[in-house]
Write a protein that binds this ligand. Structure first.
Ligand code: NAD
Length: 493
């Protein structure tokens, strides 16, 4: 049964008609309507209007006009800061509705959405609001023989930015994109994923309410191959910031080449969790289980490959299987649920297919391995003990609640296993030995390494991918710099 009757009146009201989208000061209805499906039941819970090429054109023109006339980038930094801070306050004020939309549309658990994700989205706007008044730059004394110059290096907004995001954690992903780009002074057109658009449309309304001028930020609902592709290829877009699969990220290279757009890519991962024999297993194993089973494994930095030192390998396997068995699956809006569904039937089929291909010699299914019967797109938390790495579940990103466990003998082998992937997004190391942790952290080829933790987001710490996990970094000063161009000015004095 649909959980619509359990949500607030404000959310029901929001869902009562297909959501249009706003370009400049005009509401649009686009080319057709896409239904929003509750992945916990398979029921339609709302709908949104989907943009076509004409609306992409209108949104880019609006963004370009806003950028050129400077209605946002020429505001004082203090004023931009104030507006972004106000966005954060409005997110906090509408936390219940945003969390409900994340559950109904994106399959999230309600409490984590309300307690962590919505506040984190607000905090992202506060964090980058602070950077508006601290925009870096520097001065040099040039050494031109016989001439005196005053030289300075300034950073300027890159221009019109197209932002394309995935469905896992739509509100947070949108905030991670919008806040730094707006702090930098850019104009933005953002396209959420068609499977979870509603909370981002609501966020757009809050941006407008906070005082982001018309045309500066637009959210366009629509299909990737139409809206995403058109934005990426548009000659008046200066930069594409993309988060999603490595396969689509590679397609964007071709789309962006017409005008040599700047491109930042936050792509897939296959992040290792290394558990050394001296680790506190009471901490490490529950954390390793949470690293893969939170959000049903639909997390870019999910710890999907666990490597445990041989002396504790069997113990780690047994404890992981126990943790997986104990998880209660259910709709995010039900208080007792500990793991929600996958986003769609199609995505669940792809998870099922990888697990099916992974069965064979040297692979033991310790828990899960199939979809439960009943409604919704649930998949059992699955632990696969693997004797070797030649298994699809070890190699391929699954983006579901499936983890492989393999043994290692020493730190050198642990590092070889960790780096044996085309991806390089994140990793965690579990040990009490400080020197070992530093040594291994330095050897792992990934954008972030946690020691005795996994998946903790921190806005001041850059995050992003090495190897095929992407280009560029989000968060921190680096996350602002991807929206800035560098200009040198040499003034003869
Ligand atoms: P996806 O690549 O299928 O889609 C991402 C977005 O791209 C969606 O908005 C989609 O509509 C759009 N899109 C699809 N085809 C397009 C095209 N041809 N041109 C332009 N846009 C197009 O990814 P997904 O299935 O929505 O998300 C899961 C993937 O995202 C996983 O690989 C995951 O690792 C990755 N991800 C990475 C990070 C990170 O920070 N590195 C964070 C979250 C998710």
């Amino acid at each position: 049964m649909s959980r619509l009757h359990t949500v607030s009146q404000a959310t029901r009201q929001f869902l009562s008609r297909p959501r249009p989208f706003l370009i400049g000061e005009r509401w649009h209805t686009g080319i057709d309507v896409i239904e929003s499906i509750d992945p916990a039941s398979g029921d339609a819970i709302g709908a949104f209007h989907s943009a076509g090429e004409a609306q992409v054109e209108a949104a880019v023109v609006a963004a370009r006009t806003a950028f050129e006339d400077g209605r946002w980038r020429h505001l004082t930094p203090a004023r931009r800061q104030q507006v972004l801070w106000r966005v954060a306050e409005l997110i906090d004020a509408h936390a219940e509705m945003l969390a409900e939309l994340e559950c109904l549309d994106g399959g999230k658990l309600y409490e984590p959405a309300l307690q962590y994700e919505v506040p984190h989205a607000a905090e992202t706007f506060r964090y980058y609001a602070g950077w508006c008044t601290k925009m870096p730059g520097h001065t040099f004394e040039p050494s031109v023989p016989g001439m005196q110059f005053h030289g300075y290096v300034r950073h300027e907004p890159v221009g019109v930015v197209a932002q394309i995001i995935p469905w896992n954690g739509a509100l947070v992903a949108a905030s991670w994109k919008l806040a730094p780009a707006l702090a930098a002074g850019c104009s933005v057109v953002l396209k959420p994923a068609e499977w979870s658009t509603l909370s981002v449309l609501r966020l757009h309304e809050l941006l407008m309410e906070a005082g982001v001028p018309p045309g500066v930020a637009t959210v366009l609902g629509g299909r990737g191959r139409l809206v995403g592709q058109a934005l990426a290829a548009h000659p008046s877009v200066d930069k594409v910031a993309f988060t999603g699969s490595t396969a689509v990220g590679k397609q964007l290279l071709a789309a962006a080449q017409g005008n040599l757009k700047r491109l930042s890519l936050e792509l897939g991962g296959k992040s290792p969790t290394l558990i050394f024999e001296d680790a506190d297993l009471d901490e490490a194993v529950p954390a390793a289980a949470a690293a893969i089973f939170s959000n049903a494994g639909q997390v870019c930095v999910a710890g999907s490959r666990i490597y445990a030192q041989r002396s504790i390998y069997r113990e780690v396997c047994a404890r992981l299987a126990q943790a997986a068995h104990a998880l209660r699956l259910g709709p995010g809006l039900d208080a007792g649920s500990q793991m929600g569904p996958l986003i769609s039937a199609a995505h669940r089929s792809s998870v099922e297919a990888i697990v099916a291909r992974s069965r064979g010699p040297g692979v033991e299914v310790l828990s899960g391995g199939s979809a439960p019967t009943g409604r919704g797109f649930f998949y059992e938390p699955t632990v696969l003990a693997c004797e070797h790495a030649d298994v699809p579940a070890v190699r391929e990103e699954i983006f579901g609640p499936v983890v492989t466990v393999m043994p290692f003998d020493d730190a050198a082998q642990a590092v070889r296993h960790a780096n044996d992937s085309i991806y390089g997004l994140a990793a965690s190391i579990w040990t009490g030995r400080v020197a070992l942790a530093h040594r291994v952290a330095a050897e792992i080829r990934s954008g972030i390494v946690w020691v005795n933790a996994h998946g903790i987001p921190e806005l001041s710490m850059p995050i992003g991918g090495m190897k095929q996990s992407g280009w560029g970094r989000e968060h921190g000063l680096e996350g602002l710099m991807i929206y800035l161009e560098t200009k040198s000015v040499m003034m003869r004095v």
